[in-house]
Design a binder for this molecule. Structure first.
Ligand code: ADP
Ligand code: MG
Length: 449
């Protein structure tokens, strides 16, 4: 909660930039986080009128700002002081009377089968996922989904999860990213010896459905893979359903042991592809309807035409353009708003992306930006620097090599070419490097919208 309060000021900073100083002082300055549960944040307003004003006039702005700082939070609720007092009274009573454990639904409520738009690119994944959910542990076990970033893998896993919670409330359904699984495993090893290790096993081997997302991050983590292999076998033998998502086909996961890959290949493997124009448009219509955006059909068509990379970007752009036109007081977002925002995105990307790449590299290797772009020649710095140059040429093919050299303290463009070629060559033989590059691409992508 303390951390929440600390980060709340960042939400207020965003809002402060978007509203007049007076509105900010009256309505937002004293708005505070009160509680978080699942993807819902409850906020506390000083007065009933502040609550009413914010809900009526600023709810899109508020959710936009909250979502920027807390990506997992999707909804908010505001309570005034009287409601707060009642809430706390009830909470005290509940805590005293029945300390019972309520199994929280850990799944994003918006990621359901109903909200998943089906088109040519994902119809097989969708059909298979529904069959898996209806017939757990029977037909397709394990069920392996793979495809590029932002194409709906996590959405499908959550849809299965939501379906299970609704239809089989007594089942223990576990969703975990492979990074979380790794961290849990490492914690169990380092912080308490045998007992905690047993806790870890109990947690993962007592589930009825295990979903593991982004399995590619287990590449080259030998002992975690070993542990996962045993978890997998235990669950499989007990006919428990296992569902896995990955950015690649199992046979391309070269950093995983052969025995794991062959386990994955023994079930159903289904890929998910980039959506075609019709599916993109249908997704935009669905999102606009779910979020109550007022936007013209022409504007939706234009977005669907222009943004064809992935669905996460499509959605991010829709949110942004609707938010800005609403800020300008327009009743409906039109094609000309889309044109303006597209120009802005191109401009911003030109400036923002090299910076995002640099900061992700610094975060990943735990080094300082000044060192990364500076003159140091130690191994800890030189390799990340070459990787940064390589990633810039890969991710920003239109950025001239001379400009990349400039970013790195005015180095010559031949240095950039050398770095790019060296990393390209190393990638062919060094699977650890491949994992690092893949991790970084995901990190950069996640930081970009
Ligand atoms: P991935 O896990 O493949 O990187 P996500 O599942 O996180 O991608 O999807 C990114 C965003 O796109 C999510 O907000 C998700 O709801 C949305 N999305 C993806 N596919 C669809 C679809 N077919 N219909 C509706 N929304 C989708
Ligand atoms: Mg995902």
């Amino acid at each position: 909660m303390d951390k929440l309060k600390e980060k709340w000021s960042e939400v207020l900073d965003i809002i402060e930039r978007e509203v007049t100083a007076v509105s900010f002082d009256i309505w937002f300055k004293n708005l505070k986080p009160f509680d978080v549960s699942g993807d819902l944040i409850t906020l506390e307003a000083v007065s009933t009128s502040a609550k009413a004003q914010i809900t009526k006039n600023y709810s899109n702005l508020l959710i936009y700002a909250i979502n920027k700082i807390f990506p997992d939070i999707k909804n908010f609720d505001i309570i005034d002081q009287e409601e707060k007092a009642n809430f706390e009274k009830n909470r005290n009573i509940q805590q005293k009377e029945e300390p019972k454990i309520v199994r929280e639904n850990p799944f994003n409520k918006k990621y359901t089968f109903d909200n998943f738009v089906v088109g040519k690119s994902n119809q097989f994944v969708y059909a298979a996922a529904k069959r898996v959910a209806e017939d757990l542990g029977v037909k397709f076990n394990p069920f392996f989904i793979y495809g590029g970033v932002g194409l709906g893998k996590t959405h499908i896993l959550h849809a299965i999860g939501n379906y299970c919670i609704e239809n089989y409330p007594s089942l223990n359904v576990c969703y975990v990213t492979s990074n979380k699984f790794t961290n849990d495993y490492i914690t169990s090893l380092t912080s308490g010896g045998k007992e905690l290790n047993l806790n870890f096993r109990e947690k993962y081997r007592n589930v009825d459905v295990l979903m593991i997302d982004d399995i590619q991050f287990l590449e080259n983590k030998q002992s975690t893979q070993e542990e996962f292999f045993h978890t997998f076998n235990d669950l499989y033998q007990a006919n428990k359903q296992i569902i896995i998502a990955s950015d690649r086909n199992p046979k391309e996961l070269t950093g995983l042991t052969d025995r794991l890959i062959s386990r994955f290949q023994s079930g159903l493997i289904q890929d998910i592809q980039s959506p075609d124009f019709e599916t993109r448009l249908a997704i935009l219509r669905k999102k606009a309807q779910l979020e109550h955006y007022k936007i013209s059909e022409e504007a939706l068509v234009m977005i669907a035409e222009k943004i064809d990379s992935n669905i996460r970007e499509l959605e991010g752009f829709l949110q942004k353009v609707c938010f800005y036109s609403q800020l300008l007081g327009k009743d409906e977002t039109t094609a000309s708003d889309v044109t303006d925002s597209l120009k802005e995105v191109v401009e911003q990307n030109k400036k923002a992306e090299p910076d995002t790449i640099l900061s992700c590299i610094c975060k990943y290797y735990n080094i300082k930006k000044d060192d990364l772009i500076g003159k140091k020649k130690t191994k800890e710095i030189v390799e990340p620097r070459q990787i940064a140059m390589y990633l810039m040429t890969e991710i920003l093919p239109d950025l001239p090599l001379v400009s990349i050299g400039e970013i790195f303290g005015g180095r010559d463009h031949t240095t950039v070419i050398h770095a790019r070629d060296k990393i390209t060559e190393n990638l062919k033989i060094n699977s650890d490097l491949k994992t690092q590059i893949n991790d970084l691409k995901t990190l950069i992508n996640d930081n970009n919208f």
